[in-house]
Design a protein around this ligand. Structure first.
Ligand code: MN
Length: 178
């Protein structure tokens, strides 16, 4: 470790570095996987700080976030029977299901989710992820580093969405996820 640091110090004196690259000394080049979908040096965080949003039993880990990257990769885990916030925003989500199964709502459509499925959430599209009742649903989610704040549905939005009985059933948590 000390050897790596002295190498970095040496590089700084001999090459011209930008202000940006000076801030990257804490960048980890490798993080080992731990048991149960955790990673070395990655903090498990609350899903959201916004308490207006309705959600249940989710954890969030930020796997990649760096001033040099335009995107971030996070790992979310929804406990069995849990669900993410019903929301929409301008930024997109690119999702890979890493563990378990469940269902998601994308716009007006409900999709069944299996491990390793890919899900694209387009801009300004209502979405929610629900874990099956039997096991956690874990997924990788790629987003822009700079992104807008999620919008929550108004009563009108909810009325429009639940006009479709299948969507109403999904939002009630049944019978999907059984
Ligand atoms: Mn979202």
């Amino acid at each position: 470790m000390a050897r790596v640091e002295s190498k970095v110090a040496e590089a700084k004196t001999t090459t011209k570095t930008t202000a940006k690259s000076e801030t990257t000394t804490e960048r980890a080049t490798h993080r080992g996987a731990r048991a149960d979908y955790r990673w070395d040096g990655v903090e498990e965080r609350p899903y959201k700080e916004d308490d207006r949003a309705l959600f249940k039993s989710i954890t969030r880990q930020v796997l990649f976030s760096d001033p040099e990257l335009h995107g971030e990769l996070r790992y979310f885990e929804v406990a069995a029977g849990g669900f993410s916030t019903l929301e929409r925003h301008q930024h997109m989500h690119a999702v890979l299901i890493l563990r378990g199964r469940g269902h998601c709502l994308i716009g007006g459509e409900i999709k069944s989710l299996e491990t390793r499925d890919l899900v694209t959430v387009p801009p300004l599209t209502w979405h929610q992820f629900r874990a099956s009742k039997g096991e956690p649903l874990g997924f990788l989610c790629m987003v822009n580093a700079l992104r807008d704040k999620p919008q929550l549905p108004s009563q009108e939005d909810l009325a429009r969405l639940t006009a479709d009985p299948a969507v109403a059933e999904f939002l009630d948590g049944s019978p999907h996820g059984a």
